[in-house]
Write a protein that binds this ligand. Structure first.
Ligand SMILES: Cc1cc2nc3c(=O)[nH]c(=O)nc-3n(C[C@H](O)[C@H](O)[C@H](O)COP(=O)(O)OP(=O)(O)OC[C@H]3O[C@@H](n4cnc5c(N)ncnc54)[C@H](O)[C@@H]3O)c2cc1C
Length: 490
């Protein structure tokens, strides 16, 4: 994709990676002043794939565009909605057609109780009525309400972080972790909450667990700090009329219209500091010169690019564990799904055993209930998800074996049977970086190491959030840092 000619005296910015973080960095770079003259930079985005968007991709599936990864973004965080507004696409925002989800527990699907904060119950009665926990599990959870002082195990002394699972288990018992918190928080990160940083993924929990008394009470919205007042009329999530992935393509089109050059099929293999600027080596043997560079690629490729320039950041990123996931889009004849599906779908806890063995599927989205524009007469469209940190079984199965296993488990949970009309398997390797306890401290150290290098900044899901709004925020922040440092360098 090529825009008009950039001005020749402008600072040269190269963004590596055309995922939503890189595209947002390029977008912001054109909106902030560079130096006292306020010149706009010339911007090139280099993307190794043949298409832009990174993990924001969609495909035509039986006559409608269907997202292949992210299908919504959080409305509570402002960054994605703000970008949509700046692109002039407010009238394309769509809210889910339904809400609520179920969890497979104790042999059947059970509606998630109300009053959850990221899977952590804040009231005991809705939890008891949900039937999710055994009597012993409920007894443990009830003990939290009588607690007057914090458990010593909750947040280790001298530490500013702990694993989400450890914090919740120590107060509410392991069943709450296994059946609610791991499916929900772990589901967002495709991770396991026993090794997921509370500071990075669930800061309200860390604050609540550090306070004396009951965790459930401390997390109630009216008590918890940083929790905005509830606004029942506004949706929790948004998508866009044409797909969530269209946020990336629309941003890319707008960038090109503003003169940004987007090169696809352009893999950066190394960066080098030459004099006062950067030289980028590409896989095809060519180079691009830049005054400023945003590295907006996932953790492992970022590690390779930073080796030699920011050794601590490169080491941390290189060692980061990632989870691979698979998304199976399936159309069934309505006659197969011969029951009313409730809510947006269901989650399957990792401790679930089905007749096939330990459950491989992690959740199911009722796509055409969640997004009614996808609905077609006589068929039901679903997405079956597989794969999470610590479970790589899906990677070892070929598409046919994976499909057969996933559909069999889907039918067992829903107590349905019958062949699909059409299926599509999409695999996302190393898609979710795992934020282990201490992650934010490591990110702060990486940022100060990289900030010391003139004209280099990091963006993307490896740092301060995997969701689309967080990635957009990180891209825009990277561009602002570079424009400010350019002003100082001048
Ligand atoms: C199945 C799935 C479902 C998800 N669901 C949601 C959801 O519902 N809501 C939500 O908010 N988030 C969701 N996410 C998370 C979110 O989509 C991602 O975290 C986010 O899109 C990542 O954006 P990014 O720009 O940081 O990285 P990416 O999208 O990975 O983009 C990085 C880009 O860099 C390119 N690249 C890599 N190396 C190089 C190189 N050396 N040279 C040039 N280019 C390179 C890659 O090809 C890629 O295009 C989901 C993710 C997945 C996988």
């Amino acid at each position: 994709m090529t825009g008009g000619s950039p001005p020749t005296d402008a600072p040269r910015l190269v963004v590596i990676g055309a995922g939503i973080a890189g595209l947002a960095a390029a977008w912001e770079a054109l909106r902030v002043p560079w130096g006292s003259e306020g010149t706009s930079p010339s911007v090139i985005v280099l993307e190794s794939a043949d298409v832009v968007g990174g993990k924001l991709q969609s495909v035509d599936f039986r006559g409608r565009q269907v997202d292949l990864a992210a299908d919504a973004f959080l409305a509570r965080r402002p960054e994605a909605s703000q970008l949509v507004a700046e692109l002039g696409w407010n009238d394309r925002l769509v809210a889910p057609g339904t809400s609520g989800a179920s969890i497979y527990a104790r042999g059947r699907l059970r509606a998630m109780p109300g009053d959850l904060v990221l899977g952590v119950p804040t009231r005991w009665w809705p939890l008891a009525r949900s039937g999710l926990l055994s009597p012993t599990g409920l007894w443990h959870a009830a003990g939290d309400l009588w607690r007057r002082s914090p458990q010593r195990a909750s947040v280790p002394a001298g530490s500013n972080d702990a694993a989400v699972g450890t914090l919740v288990a120590s107060r509410l018992g392991s069943e709450v972790v296994d059946r609610l918190v791991d499916p929900l928080v772990g589901g967002i990160h495709a991770g396991g909450v026993t090794n997921l940083s509370a500071a990075a993924t669930f800061p309200q929990l860390l604050a609540a667990a550090s306070a004396p008394g009951s965790l459930m009470r401390a997390l109630r919205p009216e008590r918890a700090q940083n929790t905005p007042p509830s606004a029942p009329a506004s949706p929790v999530f948004w998508s866009l009329e044409s797909t969530t992935a269209s946020l990336a393509t629309r941003t890319a089109e707008a960038l090109v219209a503003e003169g940004v050059v987007i090169e696809t099929g352009a893999t950066v293999t190394g960066i080098e500091r030459v004099g006062g600027s950067w030289s980028l080596h590409l896989a095809d043997g060519t180079r691009r010169e830049a005054d400023a560079v945003v590295v907006a690629v996932p953790a492992h490729p970022a590690s390779r690019l930073l080796t030699g320039w920011a050794p601590e950041a490169a080491a941390y990123l290189g060692d980061m564990t990632t989870a691979s996931v698979g998304v199976i889009t399936v159309a069934f004849p309505d006659s197969v799904i011969n029951k009313t599906l409730v809510g947006t779908g269901f989650l399957v806890p990792r401790t679930t055993h089905l007749t096939t063995g330990p459950a491989l599927i992690t959740g199911v989205t009722y796509l055409d209930r969640k997004w009614p524009t996808l609905a077609r007469a006589d068929e039901t469209l679903v997405r079956i998800s597989v794969g999470r940190a610590g479970d790589t079984r899906a990677d070892d199965l070929d598409d046919e074996a994976l499909l057969s296993r996933a559909i069999s488990e889907f039918h067992e949970v829903l107590t349905t049977s019958g062949a699909p009309l059409e299926t599509l398997v999409t695999r996302w390797s190393d898609a979710f970086p795992q934020y282990v306890p201490g992650h934010l401290t490591a990110v702060a150290a990486m940022e100060s190491e990289v900030d010391a290098l003139p004209g280099l900044a990091l963006a993307g899901s490896a740092y301060r959030g995997v969701g689309i709004p967080a990635c957009i925020g990180s891209g825009r922040m990277a561009a602002r840092k570079l424009s400010e440092s350019w002003g100082r360098r001048r």
